[in-house]
Design a protein around this ligand. Structure first.
Ligand code: ATP
Length: 245
């Protein structure tokens, strides 16, 4: 065995499987609802890292005016300082970091799978239940559903059955006792929406709040307080930059 092979062997032997979560959104701005979901998911699934990915131009919000990418990224970066596992991500910033190119979740997840490809590494996609219901509109969604596990943050009024219905029946796995046990250990009691051939879709209950970015922008535009709705650093940033006035 050469020295390089021995070193590679040692590295492979030492590899600790990582649990990496990706949480995308327009984050215009990132708010207490997003952070509450991420904290609860972290407690339940024990992630090594949660990557917050401000979307370039979310395909479903092409017509909506968004604050420029650098502002949305800056707010995400400020909010991420409050938790050791939270990582601000430039995955959808594009080559020139302008965030003006269109990005699709399926490609972003492929990028993370490439970046975290050690044995046993798993990628989890955190998404709100309202957004998950729209998933059939997303690019290559059937492929996406098999590329990583999903953690759906439930929202008021959305039933488990409704979430199940958006998953094509032929993607469901045949029963497999061994895998079922492994999935239960990861879930720590979280309900399972669906067990697919290569991935699992978990539900995170009682985590959503009624905070929305739309409401925060509206309040800021009227000069009303947004205290407590966003983290204090983000509040300060919005005020100093005069965002959403
Ligand atoms: P907007 O009001 O501008 O539509 P938003 O508040 O819904 O924005 P997004 O950045 O579009 O925020 O959301 C990113 C993700 O976070 C989505 O999957 C969404 O379902 C989820 N999410 C947003 N707000 C909450 C909340 N209060 N509780 C749980 N999940 C949320």
């Amino acid at each position: 065995m050469t020295t390089a092979q021995a070193a590679a062997h040692r590295t492979a032997a030492k590899h600790q499987p990582r649990r990496i979560a990706v949480f995308g959104g327009s984050f215009d701005p990132i708010h207490a609802g997003h952070l509450g979901v991420a904290r609860a998911a972290d407690r339940r699934f024990n992630f090594d890292e949660i990557h917050f990915i401000p979307a370039s131009r979310p395909p479903h919000k092409l017509k909506q005016h968004l604050a420029p990418f650098p502002h949305r990224f800056a707010m995400v970066a400020l909010a991420c300082t409050e938790h050791p596992h939270f990582v601000p991500s430039l995955a959808e910033a594009g080559e020139d970091f302008s965030g003006t190119q269109l990005h699709y979740s399926v490609d972003t997840v492929r990028y993370f799978r490439h970046a975290y490809h050690g044995q046993g590494d798993r990628i989890f996609f955190i998404v709100g239940a309202d957004a998950f219901l729209d998933i059939p509109m997303w690019k290559e969604y059937e492929t996406l559903l098999g590329l990583c596990d999903f953690v759906i943050a439930n929202r008021p009024g959305i039933r488990l059955e409704a979430l199940r219905l958006v998953i094509p029946p032929d993607l469901h796995a045949r029963p497999n006792a061994k895998r079922g046990k492994e999935v239960e250990q990861i879930a720590h009691g979280s309900p399972i929406v669906a067990q697919l051939e290569k991935s699992t879709i978990y539900l995170l209950e009682n985590v959503s709040s009624d905070v929305s970015a739309t409401d925060i922008r509206r309040k800021a535009s009227r000069g009303q307080s947004i205290h407590g709705l966003v983290s204090s650093r983000v509040e300060e940033y919005i005020l100093k930059q005069g965002l959403y006035r």
